[in-house]
Structure formats: C-alpha cells, structure tokens
Design a protein around this ligand. Structure first.
Ligand code: GDP
Length: 719
C-alpha cells in the first residue's frame, strides 16, 4: 500500500488533472498504459491486443479494445530536469472514451479536467474523429498538448500530421520536439528548446528481452538534423515570444532568451489555448513518452491556474464565485458513477473549492438532499488508497453516496451553489428488451437504473402498449455494450430487439384542446377539467410547460398533476407512438369540484386535453439526420457517391485528404442500417466511415405514412 499523500505533500501547483484524448485506435490505451508504467504504479507493460491493459478493466472493454469508462487514476511523476526538476507531481488521469457513441462521456470528462494530451496517429494524420474530440476540448477551453503517436509505422509523417492539425483544425500546432528517424528506424526525439537529443535503445539488445523504454540516453544531435532543428527551433521561439511583449523586445534586440523564460511563456500560451506543442513518439515501441510526462507537469495548468469557479446560488438565483482554495466553502461536481466489484458504488468527484471530508455529510444542492461521504479513495492503477480529506482542485472517488448522480453538485449546505450542469444530447436510436421471467424483470429494473446512473445519455422507458422496456442511446455500439453489461454483470436473461431509429413527433401550428374527465355516477366521482393551448417551438428546443391559471380556477395543488398527465402523453406519442418534442403547452383555464376533484382526475384531463389539441395541430414525424463522413480511395468514389445518393442524402462536400477522397453528407439514420457491411463490400474493405447525430428533421410524407402504418397507431384519423 502506498504511503498516504496528504495535501501538505501536494500543494495545488503540483496537481494536474488531465485527460488523454483521442479517437479510437490512435493509441490512447497504449499511451495511458505506458504512462502508468513509467509513473511506477503498474509493474507489467500490458498490451491492448492481448487484452491485459490496466485502465480497460471491464470485461467487454478488453474484448473490444475500447476504453468506455472514464476512470480517474491517480499517479505521480517527477521530472528529472527543467523548471520542475525533482518535484513530485500528482497526475490525476481521467480516461476519456474515443468512440463517438460515447460523446457524452467525453464531454463529461472534459468538463472536469484542466488540461489534455491529444493523441494523434502520425501514420494517418488528423481524422474526422480527431476533429470531433478536438472541437469538444475547445468547447470547454481545455489546454492541450499533442502526442503524434505511431512514429514507427510505415508512412509515419510527423510534420505532415502537424500540418493537417493546422489545416483541418485551425490549431496553432507546432513541433516541440523532432523525431530521430522514422518508421522502423524511429529511435528518439530532439527537444527543440533545450536542443537535447534522446534515444530509447534496447538495453539488452540481442538478448531477446523487450525494451521497456525505461532507459534512454542523451546523444549528440545527428549531423544531418542540425539545420532542421535550427529551423524549427527558430519558428517555435518566434511563436513563443510573439505572445509576450517583453520577450519580443529582447528577441528583436537579438538577445538570447533563456530556455526557462521560453518554457514559462510557452506554458502561458498553452494555457491560453494559443499554442499546441506537438511531441513525437511511439507508445507501442516505448519511445518518446517521458517527454510528454515532463510536459504535462511543465506546460499544462494546475487547478491553481484555473483560479475560481462560477455557479448559481439556488436560493437567490444569482451567480456566485468560489475561489479554488481549501478554506472556501465546499463546491464539487460528481462526474462519474461506477460500480466497483470490490467496494460497491464509486462516485467520482472533482472538488472545485473547499474541503471534502470522509465520514462527513455533504449537501447535494442539485437534488436538495444530504449525503453521507463514507470513504474517500484515490484510485491507482492497481490499488486504492484511503484518504481523509480531498481539497479544492483534487479528484477523488467517494464511497457511500446513495442518490447522487452524474452532474450533481455537492456543496456546503450553508453556502449552497449549483455548478453548471452538463448538457447531454438526445438519443437517436432505441431497442426493446423483454425479460424472460418475472425474476429477470426485477433484475432488469435494477440493472437499468444502475446503468442509467452511470450514463445519462442512456434513457429507459416502458412502451405503454406493448409493456416492453425500451432503452435509447446515441448509437448502436453504446446500446450493444449496455445490453452486454446487463446480461453479464446483472445476469438478466432477456430477448433483445433490433435497434430502431428514435423518431419523434412534433406539431406545426398552434391549437387548443379541452381535457374533461368527469365521472359522477354513484359514490365519490371524478372531476378534472382543463383548457390548454399548444405552440410549436424551434427545432431542438424540447418541451416547455406554462401555467396561466389564476385566481384558483384550478387549485394550485392540481397543476403538477395536469403537467404529469401531459408529460406522460408526450412520452407515449399521439401520431405513431414516438415522443413529442419542440412543443410548449400552456394550461390557461379549467374548473374543479369541491369533492370529486383528485390528482388522478386532473392527470387524465391533462392527457386528454393534449391529445385533443395535438390532433388539430398538424402532427408530423421527425427523424434523426446523421452527419456521415466517408473516407475512400479515389477508385471507389463513384460507387460510394452513387450509393449514398440513393439514401436520401444531402452531399455537402467531397474533398481530397492526402491521397484519399472524403465525402461528407447528411443522411437520415433510418437509411444507414447495414452501412458498415455495404461500404466494406463496395470498396474491398478500404473505405471507412464515421457518423454522428446532427439534427432532427421532418420525415417525407410517403415514408411517414409507412412508419405510422407499421407502428400500429391509427395516427391522425383516430378520435
Ligand atoms: P485506442 O483505441 O486509442 O485506445 O488505441 P490502442 O492503444 O488500443 O491502440 C490501437 C492499436 O494501435 C493497437 O493495436 C495498438 O497496439 C496499436 N498501437 C498503439 N500505439 C502504437 C504505436 O506507437 N505504434 C504502432 N505500430 N502501433 C501502435
């Protein structure tokens, strides 16, 4: 067990909360693994291809080789030279998923990290998924350094990769070091600022033992690289001094600027998102990773650089600021729930201000409940360490929280604050699950509630007509993984349907409806009555409710019941059984009965009122439209375009990327079934594609009729 690390060992400026960001297959898992190895917390270098890596501890992740879960791992690194030489720094590594189906996970982890290392594939340059993760990082203004991995592969091109980052991402990406050799001859890197060259050589060459990359030696800069080093150093220095007036002055006067000053200024430029330094390496070959670790410490921000956080005081609805210091009132955000096989439910928390204590009570201001923090632990790669307190700027896992879910704020009850919550995209695909037995039904309910705690983009509902459980998410892969976990971890036996497109319903004009539920025969009757108006909202707005009831026309306690009835009906759908969206419902009148009125009666009245109004409001179906990007060798371009054009696609552009052609199109999701197989056979397996949800759009009438017919709903004609 490691010696407990207290705050005194780790002043704020020696903490880094960072994420390794990459698209799938760029080498994030391998790089994370190497980092954990060099930082001394794992003892064996795993190989993703053999499924033995440390962060991918969930079974199906191992099988698929995808890092789905953003586990936070705490580790330590002490740079040997440079401005932070000899200073042990705590690195909290927040693993971010690379597959686009898991975008919400990426967003959630980006929200809590202070800096990131973006892994690029030097063999294939910047791809569309790299663009997506890069855009997301920019959205949260996460300072980045880049690691151009796979310098050992055939066709690896360090400067070309940087150029594509500049062209495609508009990033001010610049080499921080240069690779010595490439492909099979890739041996090491030359640091441009210090002009020091290092090579990673097999310490036991000839013995058959692998090079673990622990030993690297300084060499002279190879003679044929001296000019190149000078050219790129000059460029980097110019860019750095360009961000600082005083240095610029010195530079223009021809004075030598110290490496220390250059690094200090570069650090500021990285934190301000002005420069993205790029490092060369090959994780798989154990080369070039340590300079990246030094850079995490030297160039990426500490929580201290973030300074303060803004939230909303729920009592006053005013913005309030909390300084990122341990003495301030507690404010923290829960960013990940995970079920650990050994300790149960872990709630990963980023503390922004104040101190979180184990064995104490904390206030969940989002849910307005008190939660007991049983234990606080730092998760290392292969053990966990109990700590008593977690201070502002730190990331910890808490054990014992019952009702806190992802995105909730934890704070000091006397100083309540709600930190900006995280926005999640709407699911576009769903599938039906039918448990095999009654006991499976119970297990299913439990499994789904646990899984949706972990993943807020995943939704569960019950189909009112068939009684089936419907789960919905952002992509087939996400649902597949969830179903897999449900069966494996929660042992639910169930029949699982084919993934279905998540259509929606909406209205096109204003209409009014009356909901009357009155039963007055014998005994106690029922009396619920409301008048409501519905209005279309702009695409993507969602739903709104307004009550304009005044003067007790309907007693206040029944208003929530009416809203509940409306929401249930909106979830069930009216035209073809799909949820209603982009609609505002205004309840403006009604009546009640002293004795017979009840919540139930008003709930039914709300539902009836909405149904009546919706039928007069030109209901239509909406379908998810995907942004699809196909990368193909030139020779298959014609076939690919012809095929995609037959899918109701709107082709946005075709462009050259390296020697490949890239087609970007907007295509309805319903047309994309089986595309992975189709594209493979069209291109002898050489074209690839990638897609993400773009927006919802009206379904053409002829297709709408078919969907309504197959839904079993009678649609507009029903009365
Ligand atoms: P992730 O999907 O981003 O987590 O990527 P992985 O770490 O799983 O790597 C994807 C594939 O690329 C695996 O087969 C790795 O062995 C391989 N890979 C990772 N880094 C390198 C590298 O530096 N060189 C080479 N040649 N292959 C690599």
């Amino acid at each position: 067990m490691a010696t407990p690390k207290t705050k005194r060992d780790f002043p704020l400026d020696r903490i880094r909360n960072i994420g390794i960001i990459a698209h799938i297959d760029a080498g994030k898992t391998t790089t994370t693994e190497r980092i954990l190895f060099y930082t001394g917390r794992t003892y064996k270098i795993g190989n993703i291809d053999e499924g033995t890596t440390t962060t991918d501890w969930m079974e199906q992740e191992k099988e698929r080789g995808i890092t789905i879960v953003s586990a936070a791992i705490t580790t330590f690194w002490t740079p040997k030279g440079g401005p932070m030489a000899g200073q042990e720094t705590r690195i909290n590594l927040i693993d971010t998923p690379g597959h686009v189906d898991f975008t919400a996970e990426v967003e959630r982890s980006l929200r809590v990290l202070d800096g990131g290392v973006i892994v690029l594939d030097a063999g294939s340059g910047v791809q569309s998924q790299t663009e997506t993760v890069w855009r997301q990082a920019n959205k949260y203004k996460v300072p980045l350094i880049a690691f151009a991995n796979k310098m050992d592969v055939v066709g690896a091109d360090f400067l070309g990769t940087i150029q594509s980052a500049r062209d495609r991402l508009g990033a001010n990406a610049l080499p921080y070091n240069l690779p010595i050799g490439k492909e099979n001859d890739f041996r090491g890197v030359i640091d441009l600022l210090t002009k020091k060259a290092f090579v990673w050589e097999d310490p036991s060459a000839g013995s058959g033992q692998a090079n673990t990359g622990m030993i690297f030696t300084e060499i002279e800069i190879p003679a044929d690289m001296v000019d190149l080093v000078n050219i790129h150093r000059e460029k980097l220095v110019e860019e750095i001094v360009g961000t600082d007036d005083i240095l610029m002055d010195q530079y223009l006067k021809g004075e030598e600027i110290s490496v220390e000053d250059l690094k200090k200024t570069l650090r500021k430029a990285v934190i301000a998102n002005i420069i993205v330094p790029v490092f060369a390496g090959s994780s798989l070959r154990n080369k070039g990773v340590q300079p990246v670790l030094d850079a995490v410490v030297e160039l990426l921000p500490s929580p201290q650089d973030i300074g303060e956080i803004v939230g909303i005081n729920p009592d006053t609805n005013e913005e309030e600021i909390r300084k990122c210091v341990p003495e301030a009132p507690l404010s923290a955000i829960a960013f990940k729930i995970q079920v650990d096989p050994h300790v149960g439910k872990l709630t990963y928390i980023r503390v922004y201000s104040g101190t979180l204590k184990s064995g104490s009570y904390a206030y969940n201001s989002t849910k307005k409940i008190k939660e007991r923090i049983g234990r606080l632990v730092l998760m290392h790669a292969n053990d966990r360490e109990d700590i008593d307190e977690a201070y502002s700027g730190e990331i910890v896992a808490a054990i014992g929280l019952k009702d806190t879910i992802t995105g909730n704020t934890i704070c000091d009850e006397d100083n309540p604050l709600i930190l900006e919550s995280i926005n999640f995209p709407e699911p576009v695909i769903s599938l039906a699950i039918e448990p095999k037995t009654k006991s499976d039904q119970e297990k299913l309910g439990y499994a789904l509630s646990r899984l949706s705690e972990e993943d807020p983009t995943f939704r569960v509902r019950t189909d009112q007509d068939t009684g089936q459980t419907i789960i919905a998410g952002m992509g087939e892969l996400q649902l597949e993984v969830l179903v897999d976990r449900m069966k494996r971890e929660f042992k639910v036996e169930a029949n699982v349907g084919q993934p279905q497109v998540a259509y929606k319903e909406t209205i096109q004009k204003e209409a009014e409806g009356e909901g009357k539920y009155i039963r007055q025969t014998g005994g106690r009757g029922q009396y619920g009555h409301c008048l409501l108006r519905i209005e279309p909202l702009p695409r993507g707005t969602g739903r709104e409710y307004v009550s304009e009831i005044v003067g007790g026309t309907i007693p206040r306690e029944y208003i929530p019941a009416i809203e509940k009835g409306i929401i249930e009906k909106e979830d069930t759908g009216i035209l073809a059984g799909y949820p209603l969206t982009d609609i505002r419902v205004v309840v403006f009148d009604g009546s009640y009965h002293d004795v017979d009125s009840s919540e139930l009666a008003f709930k039914i009245a709300g539902s009836l009122g909405l149904t009546e109004a919706a039928k007069k409001a030109d209901l239509v179906l909406l379908e998810p439209i995907m942004k699809v990007e196909v990368t193909t060798p030139e020779e298959f371009l014609g076939d690919i375009i012809a095929d995609i054009s037959s899918k109701r696609a709107e082709i946005q552009s075709t462009e050259m990327r390296g020697n490949a052609r890239v087609v970007i199109a907007l295509v309805p999701l319903s047309e994309m079934g089986g595309y992975a197989t189709a594209i493979r056979s069209m291109s002898q397996g050489r074209a690839t594609y990638y897609m993400e949800a773009d927006h919802y759009q009206e379904v053409p009438k002829s297709i709408e009729a078919k969907i309504i017919a197959s839904s079993g709903f009678t649609g507009r004609v029903e009365h």
